[in-house]
Write a protein that binds this ligand. Structure first.
Ligand code: PLP
Length: 386
């Protein structure tokens, strides 16, 4: 697969959020969509549903088994397909789990900065958000486990884990997960682990699914996942809510109409992706290693920019406070660089966490990433010497 041969005109003709929000002179590096052509296995699966005029109400036979096959192969984890159910997307699965495992008015802890829809969803469900800010150490982002314990001791009933983490790309180690699990177990709470970015691990990083990190975690968690990030198909609408024996009531509570919101092409594509052995996902990972390295190289040579390289995915959390771009660098990058990134304050709680920060998407070709970095250089330069 040629991940570097992207045509801007083809990309601009896409109907997706990433490519339709801004005028054509703006290069989009914001929302979490990648720019690559789809995996052949995914295209074939979607096409087969169209060829068969197979777009009625969705049944999901084989979906949970396909995920179990993937999990066994790549994550050394054997989740029980009988305890899984389809949902329309990851956020629908997170919502379904929150509704069963927590009550309105109860608190839910999460590591911040955090994926912005988590805040919106918790607010909509009348759950109180308890932020546990990640600590910045010289070696990278570290979960504040004392803060998590305090939150749970104070009555938080749930932990919404983003594993791997958006926006920092941090992957918690097995040991960190086991400590989280001990704390959660001791406090009688639950974990909802969103593992949608897990297929895109950087080379050399090992990933332990939260539920597989030990018996305690298995007894108080559910996992939500999908192919939407790894294979770049959020528009297909299909995700999987995977429970454990002790949390089986979560999937049991998902009504038939909610399960039926997954789409027929989405289910077909998910089964194809999770059982594909063409090597496409491995090639994509190698490519993302290269874009991650290119970004790291740019950070090293650009005064005032700091980051900790991600361990998975294609999103980078950049600290631009010392570039002179001010509190909201995303606004300056858009105006002076014609580059769209996500402002740090969308992810931040407390608000200071987002000041001078942005999230950049490097899920693209090396030439387009270099163009994005060039636009950042230009914006910084123009801002310094207007
Ligand atoms: C951590 C995380 N969870 C969920 C989603 C959204 O997934 P979906 O579109 O399947 O709801 C995203 C999208 O970027 C994400 O980064």
């Amino acid at each position: 697969m040629e991940f570097d041969a992207l045509d801007l005109d083809v990309l601009r003709a896409r109907r997706t959020t990433k490519w339709s929000r801004y005028p054509p002179d703006v290069l989009p590096a914001w929302v979490a969509e990648m720019d690559f052509p789809l995996a052949p296995a995914v295209v074939e699966a979607v096409r087969s549903t169209l060829d068969a005029h197979d777009l009625g109400y969705c049944e999901s036979a084989g979906l949970a088994e396909a995920f179990a096959t993937w999990a066994a192969r790549y994550q050394d984890w054997r989740p029980d397909p009988a305890l899984a159910c389809p949902v329309a997307d990851v956020m629908a699965g997170v919502e379904a789990a929150l509704r069963v495992l927590t009550e309105p008015g109860e608190s839910v802890a999460l590591f911040t900065p955090a994926y912005p829809p988590f805040f919106t969803l918790l607010e909509q469900l009348d759950r109180v958000v308890v932020p546990c800010p990640l600590l910045e150490e010289p070696q990278g982002w570290v979960p504040d486990l004392q803060r998590l314990d305090d939150a749970l001791a104070d009555g938080a009933r749930g932990v919404l884990l983003c594993h791997p983490h958006n926006p920092t790309g941090r992957v918690l180690t097995g040991e960190e997960l086991r400590t989280v699990a001990e704390i959660v177990d001791l406090r009688g709470a639950y974990v909802i682990s969103d593992e949608v970015h897990a297929p895109l691990l950087a080379t050399g990083v090992s990933f332990v699914p939260y539920a597989a990190s030990g018996p305690a975690a298995g007894a108080h968690s559910v996992t939500v996942t999908s192919i939407s990030k790894g294979w770049n198909v959020p528009g297909l609408k299909c995700a999987l809510l995977q429970a454990q024996p002790a949390t089986a009531r979560v999937t049991a509570a998902v009504p038939a109409y909610e399960r039926g919101r997954a789409s027929v092409p989405g289910v077909a594509a998910s089964i194809a992706a999770w059982t594909d052995d063409s090597g496409w996902i491995e090639e994509l990972r190698v490519h993302l290693d290269q874009t991650r390295a290119e970004l790291a190289h740019w950070v090293r040579r650009t005064p005032g920019v700091r980051t900790h390289p991600g361990q998975a995915g294609y999103l980078a959390w950049l600290d631009l406070r010392d570039t002179g771009l001010g509190e909201d660098p995303a606004a300056v990058l858009l105006e002076r660089g014609r580059l769209a990134v996500v402002p740090g304050h969308h992810f931040a709680l407390p608000a200071e966490q987002g000041i001078g920060r942005i999230r950049l998407n490097h899920g693209t070709s090396l030439p387009l990433l270099r163009e994005a970095l060039h636009r950042m250089d230009r914006a910084i330069e123009r801002h310094r010497h207007p």
